[in-house]
Design a protein around this ligand. Structure first.
Ligand code: PLP
Length: 394
């Protein structure tokens, strides 16, 4: 066997992608599997976006582009930030990457080193801690308890900060909890961060448009404009426009940091796919009603799933503010069952015995929970809920 780097041995493969692959493998064996593991909308990419890609191919937009994205796409992103967030950026403050995933990877590589601490609220998107480890830095996890709708408080943030803290990551609405920070909560976090000017803030707004709470969407720099010079805003077209396979994400922030992230990207992938960039221009500049269509559907499914889950003994599901995930507490079930030690065993048994794939909360840094993706048909959701009820109640 070939000796591997310490770097790669420090991390684990993405657990959500692993569950999706496991469900696909069982399905290929002929098993009847309902997959609630996937982190992507089940809708097709809207037609006008696909047509823009076809036109791009026909027009020969099939060559390298600028590493940091085409001028057209950067303009569309600048317009989006102005339109949706009231944020103003120049072209040299924008970097287009291969998905939101590469945006965060570039950020970690560009600013972190050994000894640096990165504060990550749990439950978190599975990739943050491992990408921090890949940059030789140290993830510092603080838990957002269910009682606080899976969000951290300003006091928790203050207590976690040391003189080694370099980066604070905030993802709202959150994968996996579906919860969004309110304007007041963001103001309170901003108040703490203001006292620690050495900390850079990364706000991951990937689910900005899959959001249905009463208050309009805010990220931290919208609420605290004085943090503009040390905030990186990350977003992308993957979730809002059902474009996960196109691999386009983007980041906006201080020019020197964005430029360093671009340098990392120039020595790894170069530009994201030229055709996907053309499609993303259409996604951002074109008709936005597709977002609303998907949102209505996700909300309907969310209400159904939360209601059904709460009828099952031992499960407690909070109503989310957005995303296409529900993150119920299963500790009541675990307490009642000697054969299931934890959420990992629960998810494994549910998959093997009932053919329903969910992701254990442990993967997101919060045990005693599971994540269900509602990005699947109502029929699948109904069948899945029937099976979960049967699995628990017999
Ligand atoms: N950020 C969050 C919170 C996510 O859930 C995801 C995808 O699961 C991403 C970023 C990355 O998205 P992309 O597919 O654009 O790389």
């Amino acid at each position: 066997t070939i000796k591997l780097s310490q770097r790669v041995q420090n991390i684990k493969p993405s657990p959500t992608l692993a569950i999706t692959a496991r469900a696909a493998a069982l399905r290929a064996e002929g098993k009847d599997i309902i997959g609630l593991g996937a982190g992507e909308p089940d809708f097709d990419t809207p037609e006008h976006i696909k047509q823009a890609a076809i036109t791009a191919i026909d027009n020969g937009m099939t060559k390298y582009t600028a590493v940091d994205g085409t001028a057209d796409l950067k303009q569309a992103i600048i317009k989006k930030f102005s339109r949706d967030n009231g944020l103003s950026y120049e072209a040299n403050q924008i970097l287009v990457s291969v998905g939101g995933k590469q945006s965060f990877f570039n950020l970690a590589q560009a600013m972190l080193e050994s000894g640096d601490e990165v504060i990550i609220p749990a439950p978190y998107w599975v990739s943050y801690p491992d990408m921090v480890l890949l940059a030789d830095a140290t993830p510092v996890i603080i838990e957002g308890p269910q009682e606080n709708r899976f969000k951290i408080t300003a006091q928790q943030l203050e207590e976690a900060i040391t003189d080694k803290t370099r980066l604070f990551v905030i993802n709202s609405p959150s994968n996996p909890s579906g919860m969004a920070y309110t304007k007041a909560e963001l103001a309170a976090l901003g108040e703490v961060l203001r006292r620690h000017p050495q900390i850079i803030i990364a706000t991951d707004d990937m689910y900005e448009h899959i959001y249905w709470a009463d208050e309009p969407f805010y990220n931290i720099v919208m609420v605290c404009p004085d943090l503009y010079d040390r905030t990186v805003v990350m977003n992308g077209v993957s979730k809002a426009y059902s474009m996960t396979g196109w691999r386009i994400g983007y980041a906006a922030g201080p020019a020197n940091l964005i430029s360093a992230m671009k340098k990392i990207q120039s020595q790894s992938t170069s530009n994201p796919t030229s055709i996907s960039q053309a499609a993303s221009v259409e996604a951002l500049n074109g008709d936005q009603t597709c977002i609303q269509t998907m949102l209505v559907e996700f909300k309907k499914r969310h209400d159904y799933v939360v209601d059904r889950l709460n009828q099952i003994a031992g499960i407690k599901a909070l109503s989310a503010d957005g995303t296409f995930y529900v993150f119920p507490d299963i500790s009541g079930v675990l307490a009642a069952r000697d054969d299931l030690q934890d959420d990992l065993e629960f998810a494994e048994a549910l998959l093997v015995e009932k053919g329903v794939a969910v992701v254990p909360g442990t993967a997101f840094g919060l045990k005693n929970h599971i994540r269900l993706s509602i990005a699947t048909s109502e029929t699948n959701l109904k069948n899945a809920l029937d099976r979960i009820a049967q699995f628990i109640e017999g």
